[in-house]
Design a protein around this ligand. Structure first.
Ligand code: ZN
Length: 369
């Protein structure tokens, strides 16, 4: 009888604990043909130099609206090894059942941790991390690749390893030539490396933005104001295989702070799927002021700037389309003939949607007058 009550109590406590968890979705829309999956591919636990148990990483990911994570404990750096004795696959194995239970896609990964060059590299979709423990860094990378891994260079501009300048080394060319290097982390924790964006575009590398979290995630980001950096993966399905395919085909973008960085082919559809012009007909005449209402149902505040001088009308040059709000753009007629003009063209650049170094997304709206 006592055991029955104890079991019931435990069950009730477990259910209460689960019910106390809530998930906040990251509101960045899907685009035509692809799901926009939110992923963090660089995470540590106590099984290397992190401060938390692997299951906590799954819980954090679920609460923060992620679809997929990779736990990437260091192969070569394990300061807790005297207390936590295990092989390199253990953090994945511990996290996997909870990930399955919560619907989080857990990708088996590891971090090859070397001095610069080549620095730190993450290998995702590996089969056995133990086999990647090698004396020679190139052999470690080759073993990961032989296991079918997707390999990317972590925090290429990390000051501890690149104090003067963010350099591309011969070792990276060697990895690239051997078809081992697939991607580059152009954003890590709080740091953005514009050089990496340039290299990604020049050398055909996949862009990634990850947290590299070691502490509990709440210690790193104030989630009431911000979010962890995520790699947006444009996948055909919500599973590991589709994610791997998308990474290999460079179908990613980076979402960090209030910015999106990636190819125009992805950022333009995200922007278009996020905003909706509510005003169907402006009806603008000379010396009149009208408002165009625009709703943004994404998490991103879109920061718009225009330097256009259209003939016959003016419109606001600086506009912020606030996340989950309806904003207005004021437009006024300056010529008599404007009332007969069927369309009004509004041209902006979205300054926080970055498609190349020093280049942001251009948008053009044609609205019925
Ligand atoms: Zn790391």
């Amino acid at each position: 009888m006592i055991r029955f009550f104890t079991n019931t109590l435990l069950f009730v406590l477990l259910v209460l604990q689960l019910n106390a968890q809530t998930r906040t979705e990251i509101q960045i829309p899907d685009i035509s043909g692809y799901l926009t999956l939110k992923c963090d591919f660089h995470i540590h636990t106590v099984f290397s130099d992190g401060a938390v148990w692997p299951t906590i990483r799954v819980k954090e990911a679920w609460e923060q609206g992620l679809d997929a994570i990779a736990i990437t404990d260091h192969i070569e750096y394990r300061p807790h090894l005297d207390d936590i004795k295990s092989d390199h696959n253990r953090s994945y194995e511990i996290a996997k059942p909870l990930a399955d239970y919560n619907g989080i896609i857990l990708i088996r990964g590891t971090e090859i941790t070397r001095e610069m060059p080549p620095g730190h590299l993450n290998a995702l979709f590996i089969k056995d991390a133990n086999l990647i423990e090698r004396d020679d860094w190139f052999e470690a990378c080759r073993e990961a690749k032989n296991q079918g891994a997707f390999v990317f260079w972590n925090h290429p501009g990390w000051k501890a390893q690149q104090p003067e300048k963010t350099l591309w080394w011969n070792e990276h060319t060697r990895l690239l030539d051997a078809k081992i290097l697939d991607g580059i982390e152009a954003y890590n924790e709080y740091e953005y490396y514009p050089e990496a964006l340039k290299w990604a575009q020049e050398k055909g590398l996949t862009l990634l933005a990850n947290s590299d979290v070691h502490d509990p995630i709440n210690n790193l980001y104030d989630l009431t104001k911000s979010h962890r950096p995520v790699t947006l993966v444009f996948a055909t399905e919500r599973n590991a295989e589709s994610i791997k395919n998308a990474l290999e085909k460079k179908r990613t973008a980076m979402y960090f702070e209030n910015k999106l960085v990636g190819d125009r082919d992805f950022l333009a559809p995200i922007f278009n799927a996020s905003v909706k012009i509510l005003t169907e007909n402006v009806g603008l005449e000379n010396k009149q002021r009208k408002l165009i209402q625009i709703h943004n149902h994404s998490d991103v505040d879109f920061i718009l700037k225009s330097n256009q001088n259209p003939i016959g009308y003016n419109y606001r040059r600086d506009v912020v389309l606030k996340a989950h709000k309806t904003s207005v753009i004021e437009i006024n007629g300056t010529m008599e003939k404007i009332k007969n003009q069927p369309k009004l063209k509004l041209e902006y650049e979205v300054t926080n949607l970055i498609v190349a170094p020093d280049k942001c997304l251009q948008v053009v709206w044609e609205i019925n007058n």
